[in-house]
Ligand binder design. Structure first.
Ligand SMILES: C[S@@+](CC[C@H](N)C(=O)[O-])C[C@H]1O[C@@H](n2cnc3c(N)ncnc32)[C@H](O)[C@@H]1O
Length: 236
């Protein structure tokens, strides 16, 4: 999935920040349990254009070295390189499924790990090199309104599968896991379509002409939902 996802976010890099209000809310929900503390080394997997780094001050979260890793150089180009809450910020362009992950006190994956081809392998890798992890992973119930209209299946894993993978991969960690659903409402079809097009979350899936046309002309536009598994793991 890596190439298609990279292409999707590279294409929407410039508009992502304007269309990521749900991801902003998810960063807040994910990191609130870890707020008001210092972490010497933080690894942000799929850091995008910097929603996690930008949220540190409001969360009172302080960092020594912050490493942001993303597969899209276009997203990284928009990522801030300083923060009042981090001593240093380093950005790396690479695929989190294939690079060697550095030892970290805290690894964060906010709205990014759902496209991993082998989520279990990635989580086991994280469990070997991180003291703590904070992950928000979208499930197949995300954008269900869209899939119901198009009669398509989400390429993402269901909630149970994600939960089982996390439980198995982080044995030996104190685990806190919960499910949250976020809803976005729209007044017209244009803003609904803009959200889908410019938020990058479709992950690069392409539609046959007839479905693309039906979406443009007849999609029910009232709302979009996003479901994610939230997971905090701390090595005991
Ligand atoms: C929905 S954005 C989330 C960005 C940010 N974490 C946030 O909360 O706003 C997902 C990001 O994950 C990145 N990504 C997806 N798959 C990746 C992979 N295999 N390796 C590295 N980055 C990846 C995308 O390029 C994109 O920037």
């Amino acid at each position: 999935m890596g190439e298609a996802v990279c292409h999707s976010f590279s294409k929407s890099a410039k508009t992502y920040a304007r269309f990521s209000s749900v991801q902003d809310r998810m960063v807040q929900a994910l990191l609130t349990p870890l707020a008001d503390r210092f972490y010497a080394k933080v690894l942000d997997l799929g850091c995008g254009s910097g929603n996690v780094l930008k949220a540190l001050p409001s969360l009172g979260l302080k960092v020594g070295e912050f490493v942001g890793l993303d597969i899209s150089s276009q997203m990284l180009a928009l990522h801030p390189t300083t923060s009042p809450n981090a001593k240093s910020v380093r950005l790396e362009c690479g695929d989190f499924e294939s690079v060697k992950l550095t030892q970290s006190d805290l690894a964060i994956g906010a709205s990014s790990l759902q496209w991993a081809d082998n989520l279990g392998k990635l989580c086991r890798h994280l469990s070997c090199c991180c003291q703590r992890v904070a992950l928000a992973i979208h499930t197949a119930a995300s954008l269900h309104e869209l899939h119901a209209f198009l009669n398509t299946h989400s390429p993402l894993r269901g909630a149970k599968e994600v939960q089982d993978i996390l439980k198995q991969s982080f044995k030996g960690f104190k685990q806190t896991m919960w499910v949250e659903t976020f809803k976005q409402e729209f007044n017209d079809r244009e803003s609904f379509l803009q959200q889908l097009k410019k938020g990058g979350l479709l992950g690069g899936g392409s539609l046959p002409f007839s479905k693309a046309k039906a979406l443009k002309l007849h999609a029910p536009y009232a709302s979009l939902s996003y479901e994610a598994i939230f997971f905090i793991g701390e090595l005991i």
